[in-house]
Design a protein around this ligand. Structure first.
Ligand code: PAP
Length: 321
């Protein structure tokens, strides 16, 4: 349990932070340059103050709706493929990927709890939506590895909008897709601005290829086999020639495929957080669904922001035109 003094300090800090409207009550707070759902600011502070990374740790990082659930499923099955004698016994069949690879800020450090890591086996798999700059120092200083998954912002917006409206049904609020996109243009979105989030991890992935592997949802969709092999190698669990010839890589792709995960009982009916049903993490799983939801003028506006903010960085999204 976090000390009462620290809890009081976090609450006081939270009150002092600039605020923005967010779909998840009570909105967003600007903390260390990023907009964060206000209710989890204390969790982030606690994570920053207490977490001690180990060299073998693997951290999966992303902006919401970039492919986190898929990446969790893939990393979990890659790391555990030898622990369960057959992939058909894999825990993924019984648990949502978010339960198997917990979020630091939403799960492990929630409710003023300090997690007990003693029962976790190595390598430990964690996830976070926090920008690189705000990660605890020990994650940056140790040899622990970070895998970042990025996605076309237009698809992120549409995916997030659907997710929010589903969750908001219980709260009687409704956001139009235009309101959502406007908020993204201003950077006033969970863990945004999205450009700072993406560029932070992108920069480190270029400077230190051993530290951050930068994946794109679109590339993972189009060339899943090679991207998954790259992922396995980066996290220290490469596939042997023998495994490749036995078709283990393909088995993992199938296990973690959208169609397979979506149809599992646990993902059709379970709940992993109070508002969010497991099924809300599996909507369409496609590239380019934004064409069905964003107006031409909104796309133009978003593309202008994307171009201005990412210009010169080497990070581009081909699918926007
Ligand atoms: P989170 O950040 O809240 O965990 P995240 O998993 O990053 O969400 O994003 C959800 C998106 O990934 C959804 O996209 P959509 O709304 O455009 O459909 C979801 O459908 C998609 N997704 C989930 N699992 C998979 C998968 N196995 N393969 C491909 N896409 C997936």
């Amino acid at each position: 349990m976090e000390s009462s003094q620290k809890i009081k300090e976090s609450e006081e800090l939270l009150l002092s932070l600039p605020k923005a409207k967010g779909w998840l009550s009570p909105g967003l707070s600007l903390y260390q340059g990023f907009y964060c759902p206000s209710k989890i600011v204390p969790n982030i502070i606690s994570f920053q103050n207490h977490f001690q990374a180990h060299d073998q740790d693997i951290v999966l990082a992303s902006k919401p709706k970039s492919g986190t659930t898929w990446l969790k499923a893939l990393a979990f099955s890659i790391v555990n493929r030898k622990r369960c004698d057959q992939l058909s016994n894999c825990a993924l069949l019984k648990s949502n990927p978010h339960e198997l690879v917990p979020f630091m800020e939403f799960s492990l450090y929630a409710n003023n709890q300090l997690p007990d890591f003693s029962t976790m086996s190595y390598p430990r798999l964690f996830s976070t939506h926090i920008p690189y700059e705000s990660l605890p120092e020990s994650i940056k200083q140790t040899n622990c590895r970070i895998v970042y998954i990025c996605r076309n912002p237009l698809d992120i917006i549409v995916s997030h909008w659907h997710f929010a409206n589903q969750a908001c049904l219980e709260h009687n609020t409704h956001w139009t897709v235009e309101e959502f996109a406007e908020a993204y243009c201003k950077g006033e979105e969970a863990f945004g601005p999205f450009w700072d989030h993406m560029l932070g991890y992108h920069k480190v992935s270029k400077e230190n290829t051993n530290k951050v592997l930068f994946l794109k949802y679109e590339e993972l969709k189009k060339d899943t086999l090679n991207q998954v092999k790259k992922l396995a190698e980066f996290i220290g669990f490469p596939f042997s020639k023998e495994e490749e010839s036995q078709g283990i890589v393909e088995e993992i792709l199938k296990l973690c495929s959208f169609g397979n995960l979506k149809e599992l009982d646990v993902n059709k009916h379970g709940k992993f957080m109070p508002y969010f049903e497991n099924k809300s993490y599996f909507r369409k799983g496609e590239i380019g669904d934004w064409v069905n939801h964003l107006s031409d003028s909104m796309v133009e506006k978003l593309n202008k922001v994307i171009h201005e903010k990412l210009n010169g960085s080497g990070l581009t999204f081909k699918e926007n035109c």
